[in-house]
Design a protein around this ligand. Structure first.
Ligand SMILES: CC(C)(COP(=O)(O)OP(=O)(O)OC[C@H]1O[C@@H](n2cnc3c(N)ncnc32)[C@H](O)[C@@H]1OP(=O)(O)O)[C@@H](O)C(=O)NCCC(=O)NCCS
Length: 162
């Protein structure tokens, strides 16, 4: 594969990228601090109270071995959260360090999640994509995802004394 544009991590001075050893491992709470710092550096990923350490502990406890991180050496360069409710799977916070994009790492992270969901007997996975993220929509479409026709996602905050 030849380099184009800005030099990416792994590109050599002759313009040909060498193969990088990217390791994908299951997300554990020991990845939490690094992963949240990484997600905070990605403008398309929004963190909120659902990403607090206690919420994440709860999420990982309810959905063990479904979420993944990608590392180049010791550096965390990609991550994704995956869970299911027994019927459908959901992905959150998929992101790859901009210097490592276009190398199939995003696709590998997603495929790890889908394989793990399959082993749990879950036959469909949903994602939430902001319509302002046109470029990322292309990633999902290219990797086999389909938009629901006529479906909008709604939400309501959960408060005491409703
Ligand atoms: C979306 C994202 C995770 C893709 O990661 P990546 O490692 O670059 O993706 P991959 O290299 O695995 O790409 C897989 C395929 O999608 C295509 N693709 C990836 N990003 C694309 C983009 N922005 N536009 C169009 N196609 C894209 C690749 O060309 C590749 O196609 P191919 O299999 O035909 O070669 C990365 O761009 C990112 O972190 N974006 C910011 C965070 C974000 O928006 N996450 C999504 C939240 S909904």
């Amino acid at each position: 594969m030849h380099c184009t544009g800005r030099q990416k991590a792994g590109a050599c001075e002759f313009g040909v990228r060498h193969k990088m050893n990217i390791e994908i491992t299951k997300f554990s709470m020991s990845d939490y601090e690094e992963a949240t710092a990484f997600w905070a550096s990605i403008p398309e990923v929004g963190l909120d109270d659902a990403d607090s350490i206690s919420s994440m502990q709860s999420f990982i406890k309810r959905n063990p071995e479904l979420s993944f991180v990608a590392r180049h050496g010791r550096e965390l360069i990609g991550a994704v959260l995956c869970g299911h409710d027994g019927r459908r799977g959901y992905l959150h916070h998929l992101a790859v360090n901009p210097d490592y994009r276009g190398r199939g790492i995003g696709k590998r992270l997603v495929n790890k999640c889908l394989s793990a969901l399959y082993r749990c007997g879950v036959s469909r996975c949903n994602i939430f994509v902001y319509s302002r993220n046109e470029k990322e929509k292309e990633f999902w479409e290219k990797t086999g995802w389909t938009t629901y026709d006529g479906l909008e996602i709604m939400y309501r905050n959960v408060e005491p004394n409703v």
